[in-house]
Ligand binder design. Sequence first.
Ligand SMILES: [Fe+2]
Length: 238
Amino acid sequence: MPNNTEKNIKFSEKYLKTTWLTDVRNYYIEKWTIVVNLGNQKAHISAPPEKYLLPRTSTILKDVTIKDGDSLLLIEIFNETNIGGIVLESGWDILGNLMEFPKEVPLWKSTQYDLGIAKFDPYFVTGQSDKPKDSNLKKYQVKVNLWFAPAKTNCAIHNKHMEPDFLEVHTQIYGTGRMQKFHANNFDTIYEDVIMSPGDTHIPFASVGENGNFVYPWHQYYSDTDCIWMANEFHPLP
Ligand SMILES: [Fe+2]
C-alpha cells in the first residue's frame, strides 16, 4: 500500500489548507496544523517520550513528524486576513437556505465530504463500557464539514440530527467557542459548558440508547468569538 496518500479537501481556497492523509508513515508537519484522527489506529508522534493521538481526538502541531496512523485530517490556517470571508467561498451557504432553520441565525455550513469508513464499538466510544468488544464493532461512514458563526451566536439547541442518528464530535479550528448541554430546549437550563480552543475536540455527548442508536442531550454550539469549527460525523452503516 502506498504511504502518505494526500487528498486536498476544498473547504477553502483562501484561508485554510485541508489535507486528508491516509496510510501515514513518517509525515513531517512543518507549520502549525490542526491534526484530527478520523481513523481506527493511534497516530504516534515522533518526539521523546513518544505519545499518540487517539481516534476521534485532535491536537495542534508544528515541527514534528507523525509516525503512523490510518486516516488523519490536517488543517492549516495560512491566511487570517478577512477569514470571515470563508462563508463567501464555493460550497458555503447560510443554514437557513439549506434546511428548515431560523433565517435570523448567522450560521454557515460548508460542503460535507465523505472521508472513509471507521470501525468502532459505540458502547466503548461513548464511555458506556470500559473496554471495546469485538462483537460490538460496527462500521460508520465518516463525514466532515465546517461551520462558521460570528461572535456571540447561539447556534440552536437540538437533541437529534437524523434517524437513525450519527455520532458527532466537533473540532475547533479558529476562535473560541463552547459546546453546551441543557436539561430542556431552553437556554436557562444549561448545565455544562465545554470550552473549545483551536485544536480541541470534545468527547462525544451521545450515549447508545436501548434500540442501539445514538441518543443526545439537548445541546448547542456557542461562539465566544468569530468561530470556525468542524463537525466530525460517524454515520452507522447497515
Ligand atoms: Fe448536534
